[in-house]
Design a protein around this ligand. Structure first.
Ligand SMILES: NC(=O)CC[C@H](N)C(=O)O
Length: 206
């Protein structure tokens, strides 16, 4: 069972926290909403929701969780980021607002709002080989695209035009789209399997 040595965190500063919480609980996880360094110290996996990455970045600094999260991710905390969450995990953010930074951890470059204003939001069926059939119904909302994939990063989903929309690197998983909005638990299952297999022991506060 996932979360055997601690709860699964959902970063709860802004965004679609409730949807992630409910899909994780449906899969049997104990969820802790993360808003403080103590919360970061208590979790053994983390979901970073969709929302607005620049706002989550700012609030993470205000709430004092940015550095603890960076330390935990660097120490191997299993993480899954959707949309804004993927942006926050990218080592490089393209088209960020002035001063915007990410937590990092994923050796990728991600472009915010990559689909432009004429197609801010769309939905499509997406084949994700590591998850298998049937295809996922993928919802893209002012979504980012992964433009550079580092050597240790695996591309796990692409649009039909070849644009990369889901990746993983070790215990870090990210998607441009929102499985939490379509009640498809397969990405969260993949993340919880990472938590179950993880050797992550937590970090000393700081
Ligand atoms: N649905 C989303 O999470 C949108 C992401 C948003 N465009 C950002 O830059 O953070």
């Amino acid at each position: 069972m996932a979360g055997s040595s601690g709860p699964i965190g959902v970063l709860a500063l802004q965004g679609d926290v409730r949807e992630h919480r409910s899909i994780l609980e449906r899969l049997g996880a104990e969820v802790r909403l993360v808003r403080s360094p103590d919360d970061v110290a208590a979790i053994n996996g983390l979901v970073i929701p969709g929302g607005e990455s620049s706002v989550i970045d700012k609030l993470a600094r205000v709430f004092g969780v940015r550095e603890p999260l960076r330390t935990a991710i660097g120490a191997g905390l299993p993480v899954y980021g959707t949309c804004a969450g993927l942006i926050l995990l990218a080592d490089e953010v393209l088209d960020g607002i002035v001063g915007q930074v990410s937590f990092g951890g994923l050796d990728v470059s991600v472009r915010r709002n990559a689909f432009g204003s004429q197609a801010d939001s769309f939905e499509t069926e997406l084949m994700v080989p590591v998850i298998g059939a049937p295809p996922m119904h993928a919802v893209f909302i002012r979504a980012p695209v992964v433009e550079r994939v580092g050597p240790g990063v695996e591309t796990i989903a692409m649009l039909s035009d070849g644009r990369v929309v889901a990746v993983r690197q070790g215990n870090i998983l990210g998607s441009s789209f929102h499985p939490e909005m379509t009640n498809d638990g397969r990405f969260h299952r993949l993340f919880l399997d990472n938590v179950d297999r993880s050797q992550y022991q937590g970090t000393v506060a700081g």
